[in-house]
Design a protein around this ligand. Structure first.
Ligand code: NZQ
Ligand code: ZN
Length: 383
């Protein structure tokens, strides 16, 4: 196990009805003038936004609304949010929605306190300060409610980049599994896939003697394997949704990733798919992961065989990948590039954005270092 520091100060408030605590929580973290940021309308239709507004009003917290975050959140709305915060003296950002809303909120939070272009942070500039962010989560997926990460799509060029900083970790996250019952089954499945991807990206490590985190990841993967079919069969299964929601946070707040090298090649390769085709991130991962895993399997077949045996109940590395892909299909996820709207002739653009975009020098690295030829080969395998 390698040396590490783990600091995860988000306060999680979990369970039925907890959105009513939003106002008091904002106030307890020093917020008095809030930007309430949300997406394309699901929180209006479900009545959640009204309940959050009532909670802020009851706590005597002033607020300004900014909706319209699209899945795979865009840079344009971030600039708009930054201007709005400055014009209104906003001191706190409350994200009400999924990973896209939370990530857009985080981008606004660091951009408001910075004189330059917020995009600098998504090209590697370290973040030194940000407005505090709180969240009311509506989908178990990205794990952004407990992570210090944010992923934004640059509209000029349609490519995705991430920024990471302890300053972006939410101060609090309200997690009511009931709020996820209004999700379309496809979005529920996309979230399940993303959670499992966050576990696999950490499982694929070159570090040795990481028994405790290996076992934690396997436990979470088994939980997902067991709970996902329940929630697909019965969207109102509260207990299954609760287990999946907490697994999603544990999968990505890095408690399972400490002391070990991690992969993230599947995420990097997928991000160009969701940026170019505007597909759901989880659906892109369902297509990407099996291709990447098959391509890099020979690097450490024993590691793939271990997860195959302990999670999927099959003996070989290859059978484990097949079982994972079959599971993803069984919950309604795609398995080919064509199902995402992708075409073979786009591969050079995908590879260029991935390997050379924003100053990258031709490779991506994780479990294995991949150059442009490797990445092109992996995209081809998805056809
Ligand atoms: O916009 P609305 O109307 O709210 O609809 C959303 C959206 O269409 C809908 N939805 C969310 N909660 C709902 C609901 N519909 C009905 N009922 C509910 N309760 O679901 C759609 C997808 O929402 P989105 O926020 O995009 O989903 P997700 O949480 O999967 O976020 C995906 C984004 O997170 C990034 C991805 O790249 C992608 O841009 N990621 C962020 C990470 C992080 N910050 O740590 C890590 C991840 O690996 C990921 O890359
Ligand atoms: Zn992800």
């Amino acid at each position: 196990m390698e040396n590490f520091t783990f600091y995860s100060p988000t306060k999680f408030v979990f369970g039925k009805g907890t959105e009513s605590e939003a106002g008091a929580l904002v106030k307890s973290f020093g917020g008095s003038n809030v930007l309430v940021h949300y997406g394309g309308g699901s929180v209006i239709r479900s009545g959640l936004l009204d309940r959050v507004k009532a909670s802020l009003e009851a706590a005597g917290v002033k607020y300004t609304l900014l909706g319209g975050v699209k899945p795979n959140p865009r840079s344009g709305l971030v600039y708009e949010g930054i201007d709005l915060c400055r014009a209104n003296g906003i001191d706190y950002i409350l994200a009400v929605g999924g990973g896209s809303v939370i990530d857009s909120s985080k981008a606004i939070a660091c951009g408001v306190l910075y004189d330059g272009d917020f995009w600098d942070f998504y090209c590697g500039k370290p973040i030194e300060k940000a407005l505090p962010v709180g969240t009311v989560l509506t989908i178990a997926a990205a794990g952004s409610e407990g992570s210090g990460d944010s992923v934004i799509t640059k509209e000029e060029g349609m490519y995705k980049r991430g920024a990471g900083s302890e300053f972006l970790r939410p101060k609090f996250s309200i997690m009511n599994p009931e709020l996820t019952e209004t999700l379309p089954p496809y979005q529920t499945a996309c979230g399940i896939t993303d959670i499992m991807a966050h576990l696999y990206e950490r499982y694929l490590t070159n570090s040795r003697d990481v028994e405790v985190t290996d076992r934690m990841i396997e436990a979470l993967l088994l939980t997902m394997k067991n709970e996902a079919p329940k929630v697909i069969a019965d969207p109102s299964d509260y207990q299954a949704r609760a287990n999946i929601m907490w697994a999603g946070t544990m999968a990505h707040n890095n408690s399972c990733g400490v002391g070990r090298s991690q992969d993230w090649n599947s995420h990097n390769i997928e991000h160009e798919l969701s940026a170019l085709y505007d597909c759901a991130h989880g659906a892109g991962l369902a297509v990407t992961m099996p291709a990447v895993f098959r391509y890099v399997m020979s690097h450490d077949e024993a590691r793939f065989a271990q997860v195959a045996q302990r999670v999927w109940g099959v003996s070989s590395a290859a059978e484990g990948i097949d079982a994972f892909q079959a599971f993803l299909k069984s919950i309604g996820m795609p398995s080919t590039l064509g199902e995402l709207g992708g075409r073979e002739e786009d591969i050079p653009v995908l590879v260029k954005n991935l390997c050379y975009g924003d100053g990258r020098t031709g490779t991506i690295s994780g479990f294995v270092t991949l150059d442009e030829k490797d990445c092109a080969e992996i995209y081809k395998m998805m056809i």
